[in-house]
Design a protein around this ligand. Structure first.
Ligand code: 4NP
Length: 151
């Protein structure tokens, strides 16, 4: 059983989408993986994902409304096999906290290391569709690689 933790800053916009997409794919393909998400900050701890993330996921048949934000913890360092950061700031912060084996989600799916942009300050819904699509493409590729044990 592989354990995967998706991490962004607030754990209310990007990483909950990543958790939802990965769980959905795992369920569909009956993969033995455990997925979770967390934030490098505790600013939104206890909150559900932001409205636009819930909406865009729902449009793709994925319900993330009941997920709740939490900050990363010391326990996560031992528990998870893969720590997947949404952008390079998140990765830097995680490494500064002592996390090892941190990957960028943008390293998968042909994004060539591009950050998943922080949608928090986007004015409207449009940016979230782009973010959703980047996350989905990258996770498809990431899961393929786990299945083939190539990472
Ligand atoms: P996330 O987005 O890291 O994708 O959850 C953000 C959520 C909240 C804030 C920044 C980014 N914030 O500054 O509160």
């Amino acid at each position: 059983m592989k354990r995967i933790l998706f991490v962004c800053l607030g754990n209310i916009c990007r990483s909950p989408i990543a958790e939802g997409v990965a769980s959905h794919i795992a369920k569909k393909r009956r993969l033995q993986i455990e997925v979770d998400s967390a934030g490098t900050s505790s600013w939104h701890a206890g909150e559900h994902p932001c409205e636009h993330s819930v909406k865009v996921s729902k449009q793709h048949g994925i319900d993330i409304a009941s997920l709740t934000s939490r900050p990363v913890s010391e326990k996560d360092k031992l528990h998870f096999d893969y720590i997947i950061a949404m952008d390079s700031q998140n990765r830097n912060d995680l490494e500064a906290m002592g996390f090892q084996n941190v990957h960028l989600l943008g390293d998968f799916g042909g994004h060539e290391g591009k950050d998943i942009p922080d949608p928090y300050f986007f004015p409207g819904f449009e940016g979230f569709e782009k973010v959703y699509s980047m996350i989905e493409t990258a996770i498809e590729d990431f899961i393929e690689k786990i299945e083939h044990e190539s990472i």
